[in-house]
Each structure stands twice: as structure tokens, then as C-alpha cells.
Ligand binder design. Structure first.
Ligand code: AMP
Length: 287
């Protein structure tokens, strides 16, 4: 039996999700999966909008996946406002929430993993060596449970999106992996569940990240092509605002390999700490 929480229907087991997908399919509806870790915000809701454009029935999963957190990361502290998440989904017309427990996802004896080898090496993979293995494993499980026509992921986690597209291609998964643009606060800061970690002063300073990316975009439009110079400028601007840079890199948008000179297409990808929040952002530079 599905639970109803804050007006939303909630499944707790793979069998419940599969039965729902089969019912939707029998009714002639395409299905879309939107995987999340909860603490939902307007950015997640734009993924639901994208999902709705492709499917008559939308499933949102909410699971704070222990496997993608390192031992010193914020797994325990990660916000879990579950009732509020259910209310947001209900208001948005989400058809089903899948909220499994860690024990359901990883029962005793669990020992299988999915790894995408190259795309996960640099950028976030450098500082978080086991992160993407946790992401690809949980997303493959969710794709296999949902058996949806499409699954939607945000470009905010650009390396993750590219990695998941590769995974689905390499392993012949039939669900189409779609990307959705970064949703931003009015001052440009990329929306994130981790923005709640920011103090008022850090929240005021954090838009320096997106401002530095926009400045780089303008420099490229004006003719700059030297990646090292652009990276130095963005880093200096973010540091001056109090950010502690994990990385600022200009990469090929498909291979994620670092570029020295910008030629056809290029993406800048950034991870910078403000206080205890590690904030991600990225942008096309050659447009
Ligand atoms: P999370 O709950 O942070 O794991 O994110 C779940 C999904 O929402 C991922 O596909 C993220 O890329 C996406 N997402 C999170 N924040 C944003 C945002 N500001 N804009 C677009 N997508 C986002």
C-alpha cells in the first residue's frame, strides 16, 4: 500500500514503484524519473517541469545516498525536511515519490558497483575519490527500479550529468538521460540544498562565483582564448570574495579534459567553498 504524506503518494519499495510504472504504462502514459536527495528547492522543481514535458507521469526519488558521501563529508548533517519535500511535490503535481531507506537500497551482503572510469577522474572526482562510484551505483539502481522512459538531471552537477549519460550509453540502459539548465537565485547563485549551510555574510558573498563565470564569458566574447589567464582571473575574484577554491577548470564539454586554448566549445566548471558549503557552478564559455 502506498502511503500518503502531505498530500503526496509515497512508495517505499522497488515492487511498489514497478507496479506504479506498469500501471502508468498500461494507461498509455510515458514516465519520467527525477532522482534527488531531498531538501527540495525551486531548482529541483524545474527538473520536474522538464520531466513533465516528456512524460505524463512523474516520479521523484528522495534518497540521501550514503554511498556517495566520503567519510568526512556531510552525510549526517545533510538536511532532510521530508514532509516539506512531500508537500512541494504534491503542490507541483508529482505523481509518485520513491523514498527508500538505506537498508532497502543496500541490504546486508550488497557488493555490486557501477564505475565510469575516465569522466570521473578529475574535477569533483579528484577531491572526492569515491563519490561518483556511489552516484553511478545508486542511479543505476534507481533507473532499474523505475524503468522510466526518461530520467532528468541538472546541469548544475555537470560532471555527474556527463557521467550518467556515458553510463546509460555504455551499459545499454533504455531510459533516456536528459539534462536541465541550472536554476539560479535572483542574484545568480546556483540553487542548492547546501546553500542552507551559508551564514548571512557568506550568502551575500557567494554570488561572486557566478559573477566570475559571467566575467569570463564576457572576456571570451571580447577575444580572450587563454584558459590559464581566465582561470587565474576567476580564481582571484572568488578568493577576494572569501571563497576557498577547490578547483576552477576550463574543459572540453564532452570529455571534461582540461583545455589550454579555447577553440570550438569550452565549459568552465567550479567548486568553491564558502564557509562549510562546497558550492558548484559551471557555464558555457564559447556561445
Ligand atoms: P541533489 O538533490 O542535490 O542531489 O540534486 C538532485 C538533482 O537536481 C540533480 O540532478 C541536480 O543536478 C539537480 N539540481 C540541483 N540543484 C539544481 C539547480 N540549481 N539547477 C538545476 N538542477 C539542479
Amino acid at each position: 500500500m502506498l502511503e500518503t504524506i502531505a498530500g503526496a503518494q509515497v512508495a517505499r519499495t522497488p515492487a511498489e514503484v514497478r507496479a506504479w510504472t506498469a500501471t502508468m504504462r498500461a494507461a498509455g502514459k510515458r514516465t519520467a524519473l527525477v532522482p534527488t536527495m531531498g531538501a527540495l528547492h525551486a531548482g529541483h522543481m524545474t527538473l520536474v517541469d522538464t520531466a513533465r514535458q516528456h512524460a505524463g507521469a512523474v516520479l521523484v526519488s528522495i534518497f540521501v545516498n550514503p554511498m556517495q558521501f566520503g567519510p568526512k563529508e556531510d552525510f549526517s548533517a545533510y538536511p532532510r525536511p521530508f514532509e516539506n519535500d512531500c508537500a512541494l511535490c504534491a503542490a507541483k503535481g508529482v505523481d509518485l515519490i520513491y523514498a527508500p531507506t538505506p537498508a532497502t537500497m543496500y541490504p546486508p551482503g550488497f557488493q555490486s558497483h557501477v564505475e565510469v572510469e575516465q569522466l570521473t577522474q578529475g574535477l569533483c572526482g579528484a577531491a572526492r575519490p569515491t563519490h561518483f562510484r556511489g552516484v553511478t551505483t545508486v542511479v543505476m539502481k534507481l533507473l532499474n527500479i523505475a524503468l522510466a522512459d526518461v530520467a532528468v538531471f541538472g546541469e548544475k552537477d555537470y560532471q555527474q550529468l556527463q557521467t550518467l549519460k556515458r553510463m546509460a550509453l555504455d551499459l545499454d540502459h533504455p531510459t533516456a538521460i536528459l539534462g536541465a539548465p541550472i536554476a539560479r537565485e535572483p542574484d545568480g547563485l546556483a540553487m542548492s540544498s547546501r546553500n542552507v549551510y551559508l551564514s548571512a555574510a557568506e550568502r551575500q558573498a557567494a554570488p561572486a562565483i557566478v559573477q566570475s563565470l559571467r566575467a569570463a564569458q564576457a572576456r571570451v566574447r571580447a577575444g580572450e582564448r587563454d584558459a590559464a589567464r581566465l582561470v587565474a582571473e576567476m580564481s582571484a575574484a572568488q578568493s577576494a570574495a572569501g571563497g576557498r577554491i577547490d578547483y576552477v577548470q576550463i574543459v572540453d564539454p564532452q570529455t571534461l579534459q582540461p583545455l589550454e586554448m579555447l577553440e570550438r566549445s569550452a565549459r568552465v566548471i567550479v567548486a568553491t567553498w564558502f564557509g562549510r558549503a562546497r558550492l558548484l557552478d559551471n557555464m558555457d564559455l564559447l556561445i
